[in-house]
Design a protein around this ligand. Structure first.
Ligand SMILES: [Zn+2]
Length: 275
């Protein structure tokens, strides 16, 4: 119930439902992150105001100087345009960029920047204060999380995790992902191993292993974009969105079997050095 309300972005009701669930005996560990997300987003909503930047973008931020808000809107608007172009997205609903004003509310977020979540009426991107610095990493963080929103729209939420994350890293770096991949072999030697590492809780997403993992998936997407061009990449995502299994969709979009590509990655990772 609380999760459904949260997905609808009805945060006041979600917080009440969450409390009711705990009162009824739901173990606290069960939905701990959901509760903390609801609390952080609700506290932000109470503190912040919402402004419309464009038809496709809204901003929820603490009421600061209009000049600051306008500057954030410009950076976020450009990031959204870049994502739209890179992934050929037709946005079915606006992106809501929520800037959490207090870092104490989001200590539970161990992510590269923030998080993205599909809501029933908005595509919501939440960034903690550390990721929302003007002149700092706001642009990169917005690109990364908005790219997740774009992948979710085009691939209809069916992209494998490694590809979703790889595209976000590729987009955030304007198509030139960097980062050290030494040590990636043999830990991240297959697409499934990468997805497993990113989905599992064994790896802290702001730690060293995660940095290597992000570097690998970013390069994988860069290489595929170089191989087939943007058109093949878009075709691949759209086929996944239409329900084709991602490996078969890759074969059709790039006209080569995925196992061959995976074998080449494996070789290049081995050449880059193991741990
Ligand atoms: Zn990400």
């Amino acid at each position: 119930m609380a999760e459904r309300l949260w997905r609808e972005d009805r945060l006041e009701q979600a917080a009440v439902a969450m409390q009711a669930a705990f009162d009824a005996g739901l173990p606290a560990s069960h939905q701990f992150d959901l509760q903390r997300m609801i609390d952080a987003e609700l506290a932000t909503r109470r503190r912040c105001r919402r402004v419309r930047v464009s038809e496709e973008l809204e901003l929820e931020a603490a009421a600061m100087q209009p000049a600051w808000l306008a500057a954030v809107g410009v950076v976020a608007g450009r990031a959204l345009r870049d994502v739209t172009r890179a992934l050929d997205v037709r946005w079915p609903m606006p992106v809501l960029l929520t800037l959490v004003p207090d870092s104490n509310w989001v200590t539970f977020v161990h992510a590269r920047y923030g998080y993205y979540a599909t809501r029933s009426e908005r595509l919501k991107v939440v960034l903690p204060p550390a990721s929302a610095q003007l002149g700092g990493c706001l642009r990169v963080a917005a690109l990364h999380e908005m790219a997740h929103a774009g992948v979710a729209v085009v691939a209809q939420g069916r992209a494998p995790r490694w590809l979703d994350e790889g595209i976000a890293v590729w987009v955030e770096s304007d198509g030139r992902p960097s980062g050290d991949i030494a040590g990636a072999w043999p830990l991240f030697a297959s697409a499934d191993a990468l997805s497993g590492a990113l989905e599992g809780h064994a790896m802290s997403l702001d730690g060293r292993d995660a940095a290597v993992c992000y570097a690998v998936v970013g390069r994988m997407v860069r290489d595929e974009a170089a191989r087939g061009g943007a058109i093949s990449l878009h075709d691949w995502l759209r086929r996944i969105g239409a329900g084709e299994p991602w490996r078969r969709a890759y074969g059709r979009a790039f006209r080569r079997p995925f196992w061959r590509t995976e074998r080449e990655w494996r070789r290049s990772l081995r050449d880059a050095g193991g741990r």
